[in-house]
Design a protein. Sequence first.
Length: 261
Amino acid sequence: MASVSIPACTSTLLLDIEGTTTPITFVKDILFPYIREHLEDYLSSHWEEDECKQDVHLLKKQIEEDMKQNRACPVHAVDQTVHTDEEKAIREVVENVLWQMAADRKSTALKQLQGHMWRSAYSSGRIKGEVYQDVIPSVKTWREQGLRVYIYSSGSVEAQKLLFGYSVEGDVLDLFDGHFDTGVGAKVDCKSYERIAERIGCQPEEITFLTDVTREAKAAEEAGVNVVVVVRPGNMELTDEERAHYNLITSFSQLQLMGRA
Ligand SMILES: CSCCC(=O)C(=O)COP(=O)(O)O
Ligand SMILES: [Mg+2]
């Protein structure tokens, strides 16, 4: 693929994670299975801790919201191994989390719990954050050219910091000026990009957003953000119309910053 120029007014690069800096397989085959495997044990051993209580509180609020919207999690009969109220409550949370994950939902409640659960997996060295080989050298070059680099992912800010703090390339957190998650709004909502520009202190037009998901690209464009769609192995196929509309790259090294050495 040829190089893609980004506008001379660009001051900030905003990067998605899954499918952009990081293979989708890392999320689907390593991070998510870890949650499914450890969820019940994690909840049982942390149930009385404040952080876990807050996570469960947020999940319950999400369930209430889902019920209002008729998106209720299917309720299964409680099985015979459940005896106490606590076991029942934990089983309900497990059912809900598994249901949300099966639908690949991006709710803040789900993402916050996942981030907390991955902490020990990363810090023990069991999991290392995967990053495509072109990512770190390109980010370093952009920074040398005076650009700011931020992350915007549906994964919680804590999960993002774990991924880059314990990455296959070592601790690369210093390369990023900041992180945004769904706390600023959904990635498919144009208002989120307006809020990010406001928080960073620039105009949306000064931001170039790199993502693999065209619904996110469309929302960012609506906000006035410049968009480049990243094509990586295993990413969702683009339609002919999308291919024609968006600037596409298969590697960050294809980005050319106009008017910069
Ligand atoms: C940040 S690590 C976990 C990835 C994740 O949970 C996720 O939903 C990825 O979403 P993205 O917005 O980076 O495509
Ligand atoms: Mg993505």
